[in-house]
Design a protein around this ligand. Structure first.
Ligand code: G3H
Ligand code: ZN
Length: 284
């Protein structure tokens, strides 16, 4: 299928009361793993490119890889810019064919975040491209973006209401206790806050840093209005664990495909599992 917008996929998720999985792609094998998982689970899916992925693979490679993946399967695929840094980067992504963009203005004070996000909505909406904004700061490290514990703060529900009304975003990333990367202890989510944000904003909410969050907590977050769940670290871990195993098992191997092929399968299975937890399996 040709790529679709995030809005389209989220509208169905709202009707069905489930969340769509948004998986980060770092290389060709992971793009293929995501697409295969979506096809096998009959699940709509978001394939997203982080700042690190853009740097590593390049914008044009990402777009071509994801288009090829989408065209080879029969379920809806969204190509999404993850943690877009500024208007210029968003414009590049729009011109290149992304069907959804995130503008992460969470590092700015509220007024500035609203202004920069609204500007992005103004350029993206006429092109049929969806926009995700972020309010509150999500802890941890993703590629080169680092937010430490003290600096981080949770999303304020009243501010979220104002942010959504004044920017017109299609989805809102919230800080409710998750963090990017590997958790040291078990993450504890602030479900009351999540509930309040949803009551006041009434739009699809996005949970970042969802790797390592227990399945039950994810299900509860989905029941409270999370409609997009972002996963990167857990796919990387599944992929790399298999790479290590294969290298240990066959130290003389000279064909990278014999190492990366099984790693791709391991990533695919990890993604399929997540899709079932999010409730998007069988929805496409
Ligand atoms: O934007 C991407 C996600 O928030 C990924 O977070 O690596 O902790 O799963 P994660
Ligand atoms: Zn994130």
């Amino acid at each position: 299928m040709p790529l679709v917008s995030l809005r389209e996929v989220l509208e169905r998720a709202e009707e069905g009361g489930y969340a769509v999985g948004a998986f980060n792609c770092n290389n060709m094998e992971i793009v293929q793993a995501i697409a295969e998982a979506a096809e096998m689970e009959r699940a709509p899916v978001v394939i997203q490119a982080s700042q690190g992925a853009l740097k590593y693979a390049g914008l044009n490679y990402i777009v071509s890889l994801v288009r090829a993946a989408a065209e080879s399967i029969r379920v809806p695929v969204v190509l999404h810019l993850d943690h877009g840094t500024d208007r210029e980067q968003v414009l590049k992504a729009l011109r290149a064919g992304f069907t959804s963009v995130m503008i992460d203005g969470s590092k700015y004070p509220l007024e500035e975040n609203i202004a920069v996000t609204r500007q992005v909505v103004e350029v993206a909406r006429p092109m049929g491209v969806s926009v995700e904004g972020e309010l509150g700061r999500i802890m941890g490290t993703e590629d080169n973006i680092q937010v430490d514990g003290q600096e981080a703060f949770f999303t304020d529900p009243e501010e979220a209401q104002r942010f959504v009304a004044e920017t017109g975003v299609d989805a809102l990333a919230v800080a409710v206790g998750t963090a990017h990367g590997v958790y040291k202890g078990e993450p504890r989510l602030d479900f009351d806050r999540l509930k309040r944000i949803r009551e006041l904003t009434r739009i699809p909410l996005v949970l970042h840093g969802s790797s390592g969050v227990p399945d039950e907590a994810i299900r509860r977050a989905v029941s409270l209005g999370v409609r997009k769940v972002n996963i990167d670290t857990d796919i990387r871990l599944a992929f790399l664990q298999k790479v290590r195993e294969e290298l240990d098992r066959r130290p003389e191997e000279i064909d990278p495909r014999r190492i990366l092929g099984p790693a791709r399968e391991a990533a695919r299975e990890a993604i399929r599992y997540k899709m079932r937890v999010f409730g998007c399996a069988g929805r496409a």
